[in-house]
Design a protein around this ligand. Sequence first.
Ligand SMILES: Cc1ncc(C[n+]2csc(CCOP(=O)(O)OP(=O)(O)O)c2C)c(N)n1
Length: 322
Amino acid sequence: MELEKKDYLALYRTMVRIREFEETSRRLMLDGKLGGFLHLYSGEEAVAAGVCSELAQTDCICSTHRGHGHIIAKGGDVRKMMAELYGRDGGYSQGKSGSMHIADIAAGIIGANGIVGACIPIAVGVGFALRYKKTDAVAVAFFGDGSTNRGTFHEALNLASTWCLPVVFVCENNGFGMSTPPARATNNRFLSERAAAYNIPGVTVDGNDPVAVKEVAAEAVRRARKGEGPSLLECLTWRHHGHFIGDPALYKDPAEQALWLTPERDPIPRFAKRLLDGKVATDAELDEIKAQAAEEVRAAIAFAEASPDPSPESMFEHVYTS
Ligand SMILES: Cc1ncc(C[n+]2csc(CCOP(=O)(O)OP(=O)(O)O)c2C)c(N)n1
């Protein structure tokens, strides 16, 4: 896929912004400034960047416990995200939800979700609603390899296929569901093979190449928009850290981990080299993008730290009662 310079740089910028947010959040948590759980997206940035580069604001995404990258790529507000991680009133959920329940309906971010596999049928419901309202918007579900062994995945693909709904299912195969590699949890060589059971297209792609991801996403989104139904994309990637901050990831083979962290595999230096070698961008331009991302996250921290704690009186606002 040949792109214009601005599109290449946009992919790079999105990946760098995500990495900066994630690595800064990691440091903040290790310094004791953030509470709760953080499941970092570092290493998987090319998936969110590639897929979301094909989406309009009116398209919707449903995300997971590892959702920061999807939210940033879809246009979420980094300041409100950071304030939410700090548990402050200026956060997306007034500091009451933390990392795993960030939503921004105006930006088409239906929500992160702490329940593994839950976002997949939600995306089917969103796809149904978008079509019922006679829009040409599409719904995207992001989920991990582990989620594809839940019934929700199979029910969702079956219904979306049967009703020919505008949904793109994006499986981020990062090598583990917590500590379990896919080969120990399924007999499929590629998880995309599962699409055949539901008579929809399924494709496996290098999930550390944002252009390759963009290319398969473009076709899946085009199909969905034109009423041709859902697709399943399996993006092969690797999470750089443990399952969550605090998991030492002793189950990873150290040699494999080291390989995925090399500049040839890490999606950001790998893409930077491609842009430099192809004379698409200069070192100075890429450095400038990194500096802007660092400044954006610094400003987000300042916003979060200036934001008050939620007031005790607000404890029962925005919660459900039975
Ligand atoms: C229904 C449910 N079962 C178990 C868990 C505990 N849990 C949290 S994340 C996770 C692994 C998810 O793996 P995967 O879907 O591959 O996503 P990844 O973490 O690799 O991004 C599990 C089992 C949960 N949150 N929800």
